[in-house]
Ligand binder design. Structure first.
Ligand SMILES: NC(=O)c1ccc[n+]([C@@H]2O[C@H](COP(=O)([O-])OP(=O)(O)OC[C@H]3O[C@@H](n4cnc5c(N)ncnc54)[C@H](OP(=O)(O)O)[C@@H]3O)[C@@H](O)[C@H]2O)c1
Length: 163
């Protein structure tokens, strides 16, 4: 199983200035529950956007994608391409955790998409990938009101069964 997990605003923003444009503790808890103990794959910028105390994400194998020679990511493994990251996994379950270009590149090989739909409009510079054909209608969770008053719900997409 290769999943992708992200949170997006109504207008499709996932990031701004190298960070998340919102703070939503309940969505972080959902991320933690969903990824469990599976491996997590981060683009180098998303890795650097993690709070230092969560880098690497605890209890999970962390893999960082970078083309930089000699890049150090203490507590994580380095892969120079998506196929190299997937080869490191050797079939183990994993989640792609961003950012924008990594989601787009991995879309054809992902099995499941877990998308937090955050009920706000924000400016940003990084956008959610397009969810093209080949995905069944998502299951749509109930709206959850977070402690800061923001609302979000979780959409889960799976591949359409082959005809
Ligand atoms: N809302 C969400 O759910 C969510 C999730 C994650 C991230 N974000 C946000 O998204 C933004 C970061 O995303 P981003 O798109 O700017 O950057 P990113 O995808 O996290 O990182 C881009 C970097 O990853 C490396 N990379 C990407 N694809 C690669 C490949 N196929 N092979 C080898 N290396 C590869 C390259 O690193 P080098 O330059 O080192 O070669 C590239 O410059 C931040 O604002 C972050 O907060 C949001």
């Amino acid at each position: 199983m290769l999943g992708m997990i992200w949170a997006q605003s109504r207008n499709g923003v996932i990031g701004r200035d190298g960070d998340l444009p919102w703070r939503l503790r309940e969505d972080m808890q959902h991320f933690r529950r969903t990824t469990g103990t599976d491996a997590v794959i981060h683009g180098r910028a998303s890795w650097e956007a993690l709070p230092p105390n969560l880098r690497p994400l605890p209890g999970r194998r962390n893999i960082v994608l970078t083309r930089r020679e000699g890049y150090q990511a203490p507590g994580a493994e380095i892969a120079r391409s998506l196929p190299e990251a997937l080869a490191l996994l050797d079939g183990a379950d994993a989640w792609i955790c961003g950012g924008g270009a990594v989601y787009a590149e991995a879309m054809p090989v992902a099995d499941v998409l877990v998308v937090s739909d955050i009920d706000i409009e924000v400016d940003g510079d990084t956008f959610a990938p397009e969810i093209g054909p080949g995905w069944a209608e998502p299951t749509v969770g109930d709206w959850v009101e977070a402690s800061n008053g923001m609302r979000f719900r979780v959409l889960t997409y799976r591949r359409e069964p082959l005809a």
